[in-house]
Design a protein. Structure first.
Lengths: 113, 113
């Protein structure tokens, strides 16, 4: 079945440093989504990428979708303590007319003040 | 946030007992999903539903069954709970094919002794 690999599993940074998490799929994806889960909370949707080579920005967050639609990245510039949490990518695959999201294992971001 | 309610939020039970978790949504979303979240494993899909009485298995469906008799309710049943099913269970809903954005409930923490 489809696998979505995400690295690194953990990342410690000093406040103000940049952070990047990477997501790789064994198969071509139709879409990819990113979610953030705060400690003790539930995943919250951040963004969806659809097009090959797409780049989207949300303030300090930059999301990229690879040309082959098999990989994606999330980059945070100048991290803040409010960025703490686990970031998940989810690759969507078509299944009988539905789109089934498969999540990576997540990258936990720890920001030291 | 979408109106998604999970119950119970916390449950402790003994091995061999049946357990049912309920997910209730007020958004009239067509798609509903049950995920389990375990340290180091991210979010793994148990079962999903693409309509009333239409369900399918996810990647970790063994030991679980689901039912969806109404659009708003999606039940997850553990017929005979085992310690390996100790986890946090998240329900998610999604409205549109291809858009795929998921809205998550608050989670249900299940401990099987």
């Amino acid at each position: 079945g489809q696998q979505v690999m995400q690295i690194p599993q953990y990342q410690h940074v000093q406040e103000g440093e940049d952070f990047t998490t990477y997501c790789n799929s064994s198969t071509t994806l139709s879409n990819i989504q990113w979610y953030k889960q705060r400690p003790g909370g539930h995943p919250v949707f951040l963004i969806q990428l659809v097009k090959s080579g797409e780049v989207k920005k949300q303030k300090r967050l930059t999301f990229q979708f690879g040309e082959a639609k098999k990989n994606s990245s999330l980059h945070i510039t100048a991290t803040q303590t409010t960025d703490v949490g686990t970031y998940f990518c989810a690759g969507l695959r078509a299944s009988g007319g539905s789109y089934i999201p498969t999540f990576g294992r997540g990258t936990s971001l720890i920001v030291h003040p | 946030d979408a109106g998604i309610t999970q119950s119970p939020r916390h449950k402790v039970t003994e091995t061999g007992t049946p357990v049912t978790l309920r997910c209730h949504q007020t958004e009239n979303h067509r798609y509903m999903y049950w995920y389990r979240q375990d340290p180091g494993h991210g979010l793994r899909l148990i079962h999903y539903s693409y309509g009333v009485k239409d369900t399918d298995k996810g990647e970790v469906s063994d030991g679980y069954s689901v039912s969806r008799s109404k659009t708003e309710d999606f039940l997850l049943t553990l017929e005979s709970a085992t310690s390996s099913q100790t986890s946090v269970y998240f329900c998610a809903t999604g409205g549109r094919i291809g858009t795929g954005e998921l809205f998550f409930g608050e989670g249900s923490r299940l401990t099987v002794l």
